[in-house]
Ligand binder design. Structure first.
Ligand SMILES: [Zn+2]
Length: 292
């Protein structure tokens, strides 16, 4: 049996949008007989104490998980092993480009905007030596395709861009796109529920999974929570966390999903993946004063 997961970044308290996505991830996993894993994505942006508060908030909603909480910061050996495997098959190359150089480079024909233009793909060893003396290299995937199709339970068949994306940054940090794929594969995650802002990166990640010998997961990219201006809900929008809103937070989230219950377990009966709302949830924090 497979697994679903929630993977928060411990950068602060979870807001209603995060809690809603966590609840959906739990409901999708539990309603399909999967186990549910908790993975803390603490490779950067860590605020002391945030993880404990996040996990306490999730527990208070009735969200439980199987096995110990996993931390990306303790899994460097797995990411290094994946890089070694890809490198051994000639699927990596060093990139010395700055962000500005990538933006200003003429893009390859048919390449979508923002795709890596291939500047460093075929440098000679002498050229690489020269550039290594100037700045540390990022490591990119030598992609063998320009697009890849994933399956999403809400979006159906979704084809998106695959370019030579970064797997390890110039400062040595492991890129999110590598860590998430390695972790999901290693943990047996076969259902990924997350915000639909990540839909466009799913084809890259699914393609990378196949290169690492894993079957890409089934995706459920759920609509985000927005503020009254139609932007992604954020802490600056006012009272948006469980601690700020108190017990009403859970009721707000469940109402937005058309579900009723006082704890996650009570929602399972009325839940099915097909019934997840397809539109963003616009949330106006209670003390937001009307603009006059
Ligand atoms: Zn480059």
């Amino acid at each position: 049996m497979g697994a679903g997961r929630f993977a928060p970044s411990p950068s602060g308290d979870l807001h209603l949008g995060n809690l809603r996505t966590a609840l959906l991830a739990w409901l999708c996993a539990r309603s399909t007989g999967r186990s549910f894993l908790m993975r803390v994505e603490d490779l950067d942006r860590v605020r002391p104490g945030a993880e404990e508060r996040q996990l306490a908030d999730l527990r208070s909603m009735g969200i439980d998980w199987d096995g110990p909480v996993v931390h990306q910061s303790e899994r460097a050996w797995l990411y290094d092993a994946a890089l070694a495997s890809l490198g051994g098959r000639g699927l990596l190359f060093e990139c010395f480009c700055t962000r500005r150089e990538i933006l200003e480079a003429p893009s390859a024909p048919h390449a979508p905007p923002g795709a890596y233009p291939g500047t460093c793909r075929d440098l000679t060893e002498a050229e690489r030596d020269e550039r290594r003396a100037v700045r540390p290299a990022a490591v990119r995937l030598r992609a063998g395709t320009a697009s890849f199709t994933i399956h999403d339970e809400l979006h159906g068949s979704y084809e998106g861009v695959v370019d030579d994306f970064v797997l390890r940054r110039g400062d040595g940090a492991i890129a999110y796109n590598l860590a998430v794929v390695v972790d999901d594969a290693q943990q047996g995650v076969d259902q990924v529920v997350r915000g639909d802002d990540l839909l466009s990166s799913a084809p890259r990640q699914a393609y990378l999974a196949t290169l690492l010998g894993a079957t890409p997961p089934t995706y459920v990219h759920v609509p985000l929570a927005l503020n009254s201006a139609g932007q992604r809900l954020a802490k600056r929008d006012g009272a948006v966390t469980l601690r700020e809103l108190g017990p009403s937070a859970f009721a707000l989230v469940t109402a937005s999903l058309g579900l009723t219950g006082t704890t996650a377990g009570e929602l399972l009966d009325g839940f099915s993946i097909e019934r997840i709302p397809r539109e963003p949830w616009v949330f106006v924090p209670p003390e937001e004063a009307p603009v006059v």
